[in-house]
Write a protein that binds this ligand. Structure first.
Ligand SMILES: Cc1cc2nc3c(=O)[nH]c(=O)nc-3n(C[C@H](O)[C@H](O)[C@H](O)COP(=O)(O)O)c2cc1C
Length: 162
């Protein structure tokens, strides 16, 4: 079953430098069907859905480790085997010296129209990934940006969400 986020909900989590969960809010637990103690200290891929291309997570980690934020559409898997889509904003948290001390993600309800585009795109990326690896998958994404008038990834993602 596919679960849907409510219009005004925010799903929040924080991780350490390795992507292990250090904080989740109540809505996170409700959506993912996990209790707090089942999540804290666990790698964030605990809710990874097999439909997600690896290239999306590579882009995510490249960005945040470079002290940049990223917006991404992510399909997650719940403990009960259900799934739910989110529109995520992931950011690095910096200390006073500018060193990364962890990561933070806030998700809201994705625009259903955007998901129609993203589901097709991710399916293509995943199949490219199976035959040609991460590089082929990333190329599918780059080709989609060219086909959309040469928008950047950021422009494309915010354009389809709004
Ligand atoms: C703050 C933060 C939040 C994340 N949230 C998710 C998430 O909700 N779902 C997810 O599948 N991966 C999330 N990730 C990415 C995971 O760390 C991981 O890269 C991804 O699940 C792919 O796992 P894998 O490399 O084992 O395939 C998040 C990473 C960070 C830093």
């Amino acid at each position: 079953m596919t679960k849907e986020m409510q219009e005004n909900d925010f799903i929040v989590s924080k991780t350490d430098l390795k992507g292990r969960i250090t904080y989740v809010n109540k809505i996170f637990m409700t959506m993912a069907d996990y209790k707090e103690e089942e999540l804290l200290g666990k790698p964030h891929n605990i809710i990874r859905h097999p439909d997600m291309p690896r290239a999306v997570f590579k882009l995510l980690w490249d960005r945040v480790q470079n002290k940049e934020e990223i917006f991404a559409f992510v399909k997650n898997k719940t403990k009960n085997g259900d799934d739910y889509w989110v529109y995520a904003n992931v950011t690095p948290s910096l200390d006073a010296n500018g060193h990364i001390i962890g990561y933070y993600s806030v998700r809201r309800k994705p625009n259903p129209k955007a998901l129609k585009i993203i589901e097709g795109l991710y399916a293509k990326m995943l199949s490219a990934e199976r035959s040609g690896g991460m590089e082929a998958s990333t190329q599918v994404l780059l080709d989609a940006l060219v086909a959309n008038g040469g928008m950047s990834y950021d422009e494309f993602i915010s354009f389809i969400q709004e």
